[in-house]
Design a protein around this ligand. Structure first.
Ligand SMILES: [Zn+2]
Length: 423
């Protein structure tokens, strides 16, 4: 594979995805601004003009920031690749580490240094988003101190989880021959399954408190619903999301015995017991329809394709030089190949993302239909409107933007579908 073809394909994907992102973001901002003066008919009475305007302002603020972050991310990506950043880092670390500590230490140092530099570059954006935008709209609850502690904990978790996995994959790349990517796929899958069990039981509790539901009336309702749906009652937790943000949410996660539904405390404060029951029924719908399993199967398939592609690309000198890196002569190129692949893939992956978003939206409709059968669709609709209002989520998104990005259908579509299921 010629270097010039790689450079051209990468540059084309980058430009196209960048153009599409800007086009979509400006569409969304224009659409939201144009519809900000009147509450849509379906929500009249349920949402005040004031909160409708607030949602529009929040969407616009995030949209403007998103444009800036996209431009910055593109510069960083170009800096690493075509402008020679990764090549320079590799050159410096290889000279300093490889002669003394060997191939594996050099490669792990390269991966770690790249990750740390990337995180440092992202940090100002994260600070601005948290302490400016979220703060301005009254969502931020995190203190600078907790922010710093989180940063430290994330680094520790990243090192504890990431370094052994990276070492295993690098080792496989070195010893398993031409089909290393198949072995690496197996390792990656085992890692993902382990994470599905470890994340809810070990990692998440390090960041938040998870407690069983205390409210007796609510607990009774919830237990009877879970029993009806054939779900173990111990799988329900309340999380102190209010420590970091006022945004309210609920999610389902995990596999087997680690399977659980998590409610943010912020959500319980805002919803009535029957609304909580309806939201829980929706989350249980995800389990009943095996959405976790389907998602894992999807990740398995995509990873296999991606690793097979990397298996081939990593043997092509043009893959390295075409992306701005001179391959090593007296040291393995495996860490470089992994990094370049991670850098170069997203601009191409961007064009697949609408498919995944669509699948996710379909799952949301299925979970809503299940909730309607097991609890009250009217309560779910009320809860959805409250959550949109509290999170300042726009009720009038641009339809094209929705197709591309939205993992959940817009409120208007969900409410219309709920009214239909009820009939
Ligand atoms: Zn859902």
């Amino acid at each position: 594979m010629q270097a010039s073809i790689i450079t051209l394909a990468f540059a084309a994907a980058l430009l196209l995805s960048l153009g599409a992102k800007f086009w979509l973001a400006t569409r969304q901002m224009r659409h939201v601004a144009a519809h900000s003066h009147e509450v849509p008919a379906a929500f009249a009475g349920a949402v005040t003009l004031q909160s409708h305007r607030r949602a529009a302002e929040y969407t616009l603020a995030k949209g403007r920031f998103g444009l800036l972050a996209t431009a910055f991310g593109t510069l960083v990506l170009l800096g690493w690749t075509l402008l020679g950043g990764l090549d320079a880092l590799n050159h410096a670390l290889r000279g300093a580490v490889q002669p003394r500590l060997g191939d594996m230490a050099y490669q792990l140092t390269l991966l770690a240094a790249f990750t740390l530099i990337g995180a440092l570059l992202e940090l100002p954006l994260e600070l601005y988003s948290t302490f400016r935008i979220e703060q301005r709209f009254g969502f931020n609850r995190i203190t600078p101190r907790l922010f710093a502690i989180d940063l430290l904990k994330n680094t520790v978790v990243g090192a504890l989880v990431g370094l052994p996995l990276a070492a295993l994959v690098l080792w496989l790349m070195g010893v398993a021959g031409g089909l290393w990517w198949l072995w690496a796929w197996g390792a990656w899958m085992a890692f993902n399954l382990a994470l599905l069990v470890l994340y809810p039981t070990v990692i998440a509790p390090w960041f938040n408190k998870f407690e069983p539901l205390a409210d007796a009336d609510l607990a009774a309702r919830v237990q009877s619903l879970m029993k009806r749906c054939g779900f173990a009652a111990k799988g329900l937790f309340v999380m102190d999301g209010s420590r970091r943000s006022a945004h309210a949410n609920a999610y389902f996660t995990g596999l087997g015995a680690a399977k659980r539904v998590v409610f943010f405390d912020t959500l319980l404060q805002r919803l009535t017991p029957s609304e909580v029951e309806a939201v829980l029924a929706h989350e249980l719908g995800h389990f009943k329809h095996r959405h976790v399993h389907k998602r894992i199967a999807g990740i398995f398939g995509i990873s296999l394709l991606a690793l097979a592609l990397l298996g081939w690309l990593s043997t092509q000198a043009g893959f390295y030089t075409g992306l701005g890196v001179l391959p090593n002569l007296g040291a393995p190129n495996d860490a470089l190949a992994l990094l370049l692949f991670m850098l170069a893939l997203p601009p191409f992956g961007f064009f697949v993302s609408p498919l995944l978003a669509q699948l996710s939206r379909r799952h949301e409709f299925e979970a809503d239909a299940f909730a309607c059968a097991q609890a009250s669709g009217g309560d779910l609709a009320k809860a959805l409107v409250k959550l949109h209002e509290d999170n300042a989520a726009t009720l009038t998104p641009d339809p094209v933007y929705v197709r591309f990005y939205y993992s959940h259908p817009p409120a208007s579509e969900r409410l219309a579908a709920l009214a239909q299921y009820a009939r």
